[in-house]
Design a protein around this ligand. Structure first.
Ligand SMILES: [Cu+2]
Length: 127
C-alpha cells in the first residue's frame, strides 16, 4: 500500500514537470530575446605597439563576463568591443585593458605593470 502511494506521487510529479515545461521554455526564449537586445558596441583608443599587444589586450578583455567580441587594430590603435551592457560596463573594459598594461583615455596602467611589459611592447606614454 505504501509503495503504491509513492508510485502515484511520483507519477503526479512527473506530470507536473511535463505540464510546466512548455511555459518555462517560452520564458527562456523571451529571456534570450531580451539578451540579444542589450548588446552594445564601443570603440576607443588603446596604447600599444605590436601583435603581442594585440593578443594581450584582446585576451584580457575577453576574460570579462558578457564580452561577445574584442578586436584591437595595431595600425589605428582602435579597440572595438561588442558586449552585453547588462553584464559589463564600458568603464570595466577600460580598467581591464589598463590592468593588462595598456593605457586608455579613461584608465592608466600602473607603472609596475607597464614596466613589466616586454621591450617591444613599451609604447610611448603621454606625460
Ligand atoms: Cu607589443
Amino acid at each position: 500500500m505504501k509503495m503504491m502511494k509513492i508510485g502515484i506521487l511520483a507519477g503526479t510529479m512527473a506530470l507536473a514537470v511535463f505540464a510546466f515545461t512548455p511555459a518555462s521554455a517560452e520564458k527562456a526564449a523571451n529571456a534570450s530575446m531580451e539578451f540579444s537586445q542589450t548588446v552594445a558596441t564601443t570603440t576607443f583608443q588603446v596604447s600599444g605597439k605590436c601583435g603581442m599587444c594585440k593578443n594581450r589586450i584582446e585576451s584580457a578583455v575577453k576574460e570579462l563576463k558578457g564580452i561577445e567580441a574584442a578586436n584591437w587594430d595595431v595600425e589605428t590603435k582602435a579597440l572595438t568591443v561588442k558586449y552585453d551592457a547588462t553584464k559589463v560596463k564600458e568603464a570595466d573594459i577600460h580598467q581591464k585593458v589598463a590592468d593588462a598594461g595598456h593605457d586608455t583615455q579613461e584608465a592608466k596602467a600602473t607603472d609596475e605593470v607597464y614596466n613589466s611589459l616586454p621591450g617591444c611592447c613599451k609604447y610611448e606614454r603621454e606625460g
